[in-house]
Design a protein around this ligand. Structure first.
Ligand code: PMV
Length: 354
């Protein structure tokens, strides 16, 4: 039990029916979280850009109930999803010590994503973050006494217990997660908004165009993926390197060195995939079109000098990262040369959110 996140409700709080809503964006990690300890504690620090157009909207309706236990019904894009409730109930079990009303209310969760569900974009970060924001808001409505900052911190703390990277979706801009000795304010328990003043203007203009190479379910769930790092022959070195990379990246973010940024971010992405290729069992999450797109991208960069870089999630899709100053030429290139590698020619144009 983390005392600082205990409920602020009085013992005699009264239950009532009501509803709350929240919207939360997706995020894309620059330094990757891959590997965790008990209770969703990360094995290394990570940092991500919060996106603008890829988000989840959640409406939570609640009313008092008599029976014991959790009662949750979930609707995605208006359609009842029986299979979604167990995931939310597992989440509620993990956080019930911090929100005593969870067992006393019945919930209807109405959620929708701004991106297609089948797109292979993880909705767990934006989804868990949106629910956590709703729950903190309910606590407030029932008489909680948190300030705005404390509410966001608690939402980030709760979101982490739902899906690790979700704790970074609570804030805009660049968000760090994971305790380390070089960042004051960093914690394993919640995301930490990296100060905008520490970030060179060029990095606040970045676009993230997501090539939807392979729509559909990921072949390795993140739970399975994180567990592959247990006993992995390169795990310890990877965890150290991630922290070293974050430290380096902070200096780069300040300096405005776009090339150093791209080099580090691509290395991080390929390391994440290399870790999976060296796991037991092994996974190759890139598809032939992922590799083809990366090769084309490198060729374009060599020939034109435009600042176009990539990162990858634990899947086949490619996140193209580039500053606004180069967007015009790059977007023509995407349309003419990269679109062919996307399933049904689909890609999503997003950008960072400062
Ligand atoms: O939050 P999870 O458990 O789904 O893990 C996400 C892991 C990566 O997306 C691959 C990397 C990251 O830091 O977001």
């Amino acid at each position: 039990m983390e005392k600082q996140f205990q409920s602020t409700l009085q013992s005699n709080y009264s239950l009532q029916a009501g509803e709350v809503s929240a919207q939360s964006p997706s995020n894309i990690a620059l330094v990757k979280y891959w590997g965790k300890k008990k209770n969703q504690i990360p094995t290394n620090s990570s940092i991500s850009y919060t996106l603008t157009h890829s988000f989840t909207t959640t409406n939570l309706q609640f009313k008092p109930k008599e029976e014991k236990g959790f009662d949750v019904n979930v609707f995605l894009e208006g359609e009842y999803k029986e299979s979604f409730a167990p995931k939310i109930i597992t989440f509620f079990e993990r956080i019930t010590d911090y929100l005593p009303f969870l067992e006393q209310l019945s919930f209807e969760v109405h959620t929708s994503n701004s991106f297609p569900h089948s797109s292979g974009i993880a909705s767990s970060a934006s989804g868990m973050s949106a629910i956590a924001l709703c729950l903190v808001e309910i606590e407030q409505q029932l008489g909680g006494t948190l300030t705005e900052d404390e509410r966001l911190k608690k939402a980030s703390f709760l979101a982490r217990l739902g899906s690790g990277s979700a704790c970074r979706s609570v804030y805009k801009g660049l968000v760090e997660w994971g305790e380390n000795h070089f960042m004051e304010g960093s914690s394993d328990l919640y995301g930490f908004k990296y100060p905008d003043a520490e970030v060179h203007e060029v990095f606040k203009t970045f676009h993230d165009t997501i090539l939807l190479i392979h729509e559909g379910q990921k072949s390795v769930s993140s739970t399975v993926g994180h567990n592959l790092m247990i006993g992995h022959p390169y795990a310890e070195r990877r965890f150290e390197e991630a922290n070293e990379n974050l430290k380096q990246l902070l200096a780069i973010l300040k300096s405005g060195d776009i090339e150093a940024f791209g080099k580090l971010v691509e290395h991080e992405a390929l390391t994440l995939h290399a870790m999976m290729m060296m796991s037991d069992p092994a996974f190759i999450l890139m598809k032939p079109h992922t590799v083809a797109a990366l090769e084309k991208l490198w060729e374009f960069r060599r020939e034109t000098g435009n600042h176009l870089y990539f990162t990858l999630d634990a899947g086949a899709n490619v996140h193209l990262l580039y500053p606004a100053q180069d967007a015009e030429a790059i977007e023509i290139f995407i349309e003419e040369e990269l679109k062919q590698f996307c399933q049904n020619g689909n890609y999503i144009k997003d950008k960072v959110n400062f």
